[in-house]
Design a protein around this ligand. Structure first.
Ligand code: MG
Ligand code: MG
Length: 313
């Protein structure tokens, strides 16, 4: 069952334009300090660190039409989408080191473009305490890190229009949200209206992580193709991952999250990763970046014991 790993291509995206609490622009370096490179090298044999994207910085507050820093975020997203697309074209596995979660608009648009051109089905596992389905009409802050799922799936979103003709909306059916436990009131209405697949913490409590992931991955396997993991570190319980700006109690434990990663690896579909919302300014001795590296190791095939190729999972 274990799958031959593609070479991971690290892409640093040091921006926090999409969030009010600053600091996750330091995320890429925190992940490097925590050893993302040597850990993945040990598991995959080779890693390429493509360095950090040098995108624009905000010199002043800019909110228009309910979006904060949309123009700058679109520039970052366009730069990232090209880097992700190139890595996939080179047969690599993009590992995007964020940055706040708005950057997933760039990585996912690049992946979706790659898949669309090759007619490969795409499944996106959105691991997050939040649904990230706000719109300019429902978001009080205009912060883009609360909107990426809504903006990626809305064919009329200003973000998509500004990204240009190479990019197309991603269907709501491609998303599976896991670990959700904080959804704004109006956002909730939009989630239900859109029919977004949300596996919230109540579902995980009642059925267990194993059953929830089994159902999600069976669906992804039936579709086949590419599986992208967009991992917001606030998915994890804040007791184990305190270094993030929008902590929500009651998240998956260390072992629940690790099982989730191990099962994704076992599916053989995993092809790209975002690691976002790690904020070293709020962390304790880099423990949140370290746990992100440990979770990434499981996603790339780290196992407690080596299993025989015939083991049934
Ligand atoms: Mg998020
Ligand atoms: Mg979140």
């Amino acid at each position: 069952m274990p799958k031959q790993n593609k070479v991971p291509a690290l892409i640093g995206v040091p921006t926090d334009l999409g969030a009010s609490r600053r600091g996750c622009s330091m995320g890429p370096e925190a992940l490097r300090v925590a050893g993302i490179y040597p850990v993945l090298e040990r598991l995959c044999g080779q890693v390429i660190d493509t360095g950090d994207i040098d995108g624009p910085r905000a010199t002043q507050e800019a909110t228009s039409n309910g979006y904060r820093h949309l123009e700058l975020a679109v520039t970052w997203s366009r730069m990232l989408s090209i880097r992700v697309y190139e890595a996939l074209t080179n047969g690599q596995c993009p590992v995007v080191l964020g940055g706040d979660h708005s950057i997933a608009m760039g990585s996912i648009l690049g992946i979706a473009r790659y898949c669309r051109e090759r007619q490969i089905p795409l499944t996106i596992l959105w691991l997050d305490a939040h649904a990230d389905f706000n719109t300019p009409a429902t978001s009080p802050s205009g912060n883009l890190h609360g909107m990426p799922v809504a903006l990626l799936t809305d064919p009329d979103s200003e973000m998509l229009r500004r990204m240009g003709a190479d990019y197309a909306p991603v269907a709501v059916e491609n998303f599976q949200l896991i670990g959700v436990r904080s959804v704004d009131r109006e956002e909730k209405l939009n989630v239900n209206t859109a029919g977004l697949a949300v596996h919230d913490m109540r579902q995980i409590d009642e059925l267990g992580m194993r059953a929830v992931m089994r159902a999600v991955l069976d669906k992804a396997k039936a579709r086949g193709g590419h599986l992208h993991v967009s991992f917001d570190i606030d998915f994890l319980d804040p007791l184990i991952a305190p270094g993030t700006g929008a902590r929500v109690k009651g998240g998956p434990s260390y072992r629940e999250a690790q099982l989730c990663m191990e099962m994704i690896y076992d599916s053989g579909l995993f092809g790209s990763l975002d690691l976002v919302e790690i904020n070293p300014a709020l962390d304790i001795r880099n423990q949140t970046a370290e746990i992100a590296v440990e979770m990434s190791a499981s996603l790339f095939g780290e196992q407690i014991l080596a299993r025989s190729s015939g083991s049934k999972r």
